[in-house]
Design a protein around this ligand. Structure first.
Ligand code: SF4
Length: 196
């Protein structure tokens, strides 16, 4: 079972344990107080997967939109969608968080979008800037390693290498037992397990 995460705790978990796709969405949301539809969906379902319950999700999104959005607009346009993604509206389907495969291949992001996988959808310069927030320096052997995988279109290999490098795990161990990153929630869960 997954431990409870409150709205208050998201920032700390993000800085320590989010994979690049989710850290990017979270930083964009913090900066712009706004995310487009597929970005909200990708981050929202991921947050559900890390253990943020519906009532805390409502608090989190309301806070992130901030004063830029009226309570009225939030209640009319956003509350329903958040409840919907938790299976509390409409067909009451419990939508699972997106896997890397789904993120890599569906809903190709346009230039204004923040969703997707940075290893696949960012240009090399933006990607290296994002990776610098994981303390992977431009020009380092680790950066070269990761960028080589990106060039070979081996995005999950690049993400797995990032996981290993940033957590001091030896090459080939991956998220455990030689497994590579195939789900953003696995990235976070394993990272939390290693820390504790
Ligand atoms: Fe996110 Fe998966 Fe891309 Fe890593 S490989 S950044 S977990 S979508």
């Amino acid at each position: 079972s997954t431990a409870l995460v409150t709205a208050e705790m998201v920032d700390d978990v993000a800085r320590k344990h989010f994979p690049p796709c989710m850290l990017n969405l979270y930083e964009r949301l913090k900066r712009d107080h706004h995310l487009k539809h597929f970005g909200r969906l990708q981050l929202g379902l991921f947050l559900k997967g890390i253990g943020l319950p519906l009532d805390e999700a409502l608090v989190f999104w309301r806070r992130m939109y901030g004063a830029a959005m009226s309570d009225d607009k939030f209640n009319k346009e956003y509350r329903y969608n958040i409840r919907h993604s938790y299976g509390q509206e409409g067909r009451r389907a419990n939508y699972p968080p997106r896997s890397c495969q789904q993120i890599l291949t569906s809903h190709q992001p346009g230039t204004q979008d923040a969703h997707g996988c940075p290893f696949r959808h960012f240009g090399p310069d933006n990607l290296q800037t994002l990776l610098a927030s994981y303390r992977i320096e431009r020009g380092s052997a680790e950066m070269k390693d990761i960028m080589d995988s990106v060039k070979a279109s081996a995005y999950h290999v690049a993400c797995t290498r990032l996981f290993e490098v940033t957590r001091g795990i030896k090459r080939g161990e991956g998220v455990g037992g030689g497994e590579s990153v195939t789900h953003p929630n696995t990235f976070t869960k394993r990272s939390q397990e290693i820390e504790s």
